[in-house]
Design a protein around this ligand. Structure first.
Ligand code: PMP
Length: 306
């Protein structure tokens, strides 16, 4: 259960959580075309709260709108300030933030006509997405019987509401099967991503992840990890991965705003490496948390202070 906070931002106004309502004919609710983001704010070692990579998240949000031909009436600068003000109004020193750009009510049917393009931001407290133990000990995953969207079936580079039915059915299948998370292959059979995470593997000291020119979301945590790994002198490669390469990996992990850096200890009941988070995974995970939580002061450009 999500604990309510005080205010939700809708269409430029801060509304009490219980008062915030959407019309039942909201077009995006029926047909799923709308774009959203997942963003985290951290309380940093200097005692101040900052949103991590807000600009990158807003860039992806507006790119998603372009891909869907939605024109938000709010500017990135207004939305950026609204995120910071929402944290202030809710007196949150850390948490998860979910901006959404969606098609409002008016016409029905799949052609939305001139329905207004609306926006909201909701924030809530969210701890470790896959559980605190997941970050420490790693998780058990299963290759899904569902595939990731083909690149000509939906808009893989947009974080688009309706596309998440694919994630929900894959995640549900994995959980019902007793696993923590699903790994989806693409329609050509290559490893794509988790239901809400990008995937990495380590083989003989090289960090490998599927390329952006595939069906994956361009994860901001993925980009952060590639940047930090290069700084750490870890060789990186963006290339296609097969299922059997994953089975033979020395290490694997997921990245995501919600999942942060979650080690994977099993794929399809096969232990990865010795079944514990490996040294490169732990090194990247430590550097990531040091950076976001501020004991490592590198990359000040990644933080927007409240
Ligand atoms: N893939 C999918 C399908 C996702 O939903 C997410 C979460 N936004 C990611 C990857 C990871 O992206 P990010 O690191 O930007 O949160």
């Amino acid at each position: 259960m999500v604990d309510k906070v005080k205010k939700i931002w809708i269409e430029g106004e801060f509304i009490d959580w219980d008062e915030a309502q959407l019309p039942v004919l909201t077009h995006s609710f029926h047909y799923g075309l709308g774009v959203f983001e997942g963003i985290r704010a951290y309380k940093r070692a200097n005692g101040r709260t900052a949103i991590f990579r807000l600009d990158a998240h807003l860039e992806r949000l507006y790119d998603g709108c372009r891909l869907c031909m939605l024109e938000p009436r709010v500017t990135p600068a207004q939305l950026s300030e609204a995120h910071l003000e929402l944290l202030r109004q809710n007196q949150m020193d850390e948490g998860y933030m979910r901006p959404m750009i969606y098609i409002g009510d008016g016409a029905m049917g799949v052609f939305p006509g001139n329905n207004p393009i609306k926006s909201l931001i909701v924030a809530w407290k969210w701890g470790a997405y896959l559980g605190a133990d997941a970050l420490k000990s790693g998780i058990r995953t299963k290759i899904s019987s569902w595939q990731r969207h083909h690149i000509n079936v939906s808009i893989a580079k947009g974080k688009i509401m309706g596309q998440y039915t694919n994630s929900v059915i894959a995640k549900r299948e994995a959980k019902l099967g007793g696993y923590d998370e699903a790994i989806l292959l693409d329609t050509q059979g290559y490893v794509s991503e988790g239901s809400g995470e990008n995937i990495f593997m380590v083989k003989k000291g090289v960090l490998i992840t599927p390329p952006l020119s595939s069906s994956i979301l361009a994860g901001i945590t993925r980009d952060t990890v590639l940047t930090l790994a290069r700084e750490e002198g870890i060789p990186v490669s963006e290339e296609r991965i097969t299922r059997d390469q994953l089975y033979l990996a020395d290490e694997t992990f997921f990245t995501g705003t919600a999942a942060e850096i979650t080690p994977i200890r099993e794929v399809d009941d096969r232990k990865i490496g010795d079944g514990k988070p490996g040294p490169i995974t732990l090194r990247i995970q430590k550097r990531f948390f040091d950076v976001v939580k501020g004991s490592d002061e590198s990359h000040p450009e990644w933080f927007s202070y409240v």
